[in-house]
Design a protein around this ligand. Structure first.
Ligand SMILES: Cn1ncc2cc([C@H](O)c3cccc(CNC(=O)c4cc(-c5ccc(F)cc5)cc(O)c4O)c3)ccc21
Ligand SMILES: [Mg+2]
Length: 214
């Protein structure tokens, strides 16, 4: 049977990247998406903004919603200080299987905990399953209609502290209007928009960085 796009992306990584070299894995995926098949990775332009926010926060506890093929997982994990791990949630087992292999190819498997399941089910389990008290940094890149219910879930579960940083992809395209309205209107967040473009295109998109004020 015909391979899937994530499987073809994995093949491109195995063919063009150097094992244990995260930068070459990132470049191989970006090349594949620019010259072979578009895929919904955060991409190089928004990826650079992601890199700068992760570097600035230098988080000890990290959560990613929406692993997909692991591109942003690799981008984040390569910047974490030694001993720090990131938890990434993926509900689709086929995506998770490819992501696991791409993360391992980059040599970052010891810095990543990939959990199969849905954010709505897993967020309330973070404390008991992973001994998390609060998250320093959260990257939202899963279903766009889950951003708002999940940020409310973080608040309800006491998973945010003064200074926790949430960075959300696709706030323009496909768009997350209810989430944007919430974080921009709420007195409990300080929000900032980083304009960019939809990965590998000229279409307007951007990232919203929201700091929880406690
Ligand atoms: C609940 N839960 N918990 C964990 C979890 C994990 C997942 C999956 O990782 C998953 C699967 C499919 C879609 C997404 C969301 N991503 C997108 O939909 C997206 C679209 C586009 C775009 C833009 C323009 C187009 F024309 C087409 C697609 C550009 C982007 O950057 C995207 O992130 C995420 C899903 C729900 C989950
Ligand atoms: Mg995205």
């Amino acid at each position: 049977t015909r391979s899937t796009r994530p499987q073809r992306m994995l093949k491109a990584v195995q063919k063009n990247a150097t094992k244990g070299n995260p930068k070459s894995v990132i470049s191989a995926i970006d090349y594949f998406c620019k010259h072979s098949e578009w895929a919904m990775n955060v991409g190089d332009e928004k990826g650079s903004i992601l890199d700068s926010v992760v570097t600035e926060v230098n988080p000890s506890t990290v959560l990613e919603l929406g692993t997909y093929c692991g591109y942003s997982t690799v981008r984040i994990a390569r910047l974490l200080s030694p001993g720090t791990k990131l938890i990434t949630l993926e509900f689709n087992p086929a995506n998770a299987a490819v992501a696991k292999q791409i993360i391992a190819y980059a040599g970052l498997q010891d810095k990543v905990i990939l959990v199969e399941g849905s954010s709505g089910d897993l967020i309330p389990q973070m404390k008991e399953r992973f001994g998390i008290t609060t998250f320093d940094f959260i990257f939202l890149d899963h279903w766009k209609d889950r951003y708002l219910p999940d940020i409310k879930l973080f608040e309800e579960c006491g998973l945010l502290r003064k200074g926790s940083v949430l960075l959300a992809d696709n706030v323009i395209c496909p768009g997350t209007p209810e989430y944007l309205e919430y974080v921009r209107k709420s007195p409990r967040y300080e929000s900032k928009y980083f304009p960019a473009h939809l990965e590998y295109t000229k279409v307007e998109d951007g990232l919203e960085k929201s700091v929880f004020l406690g």
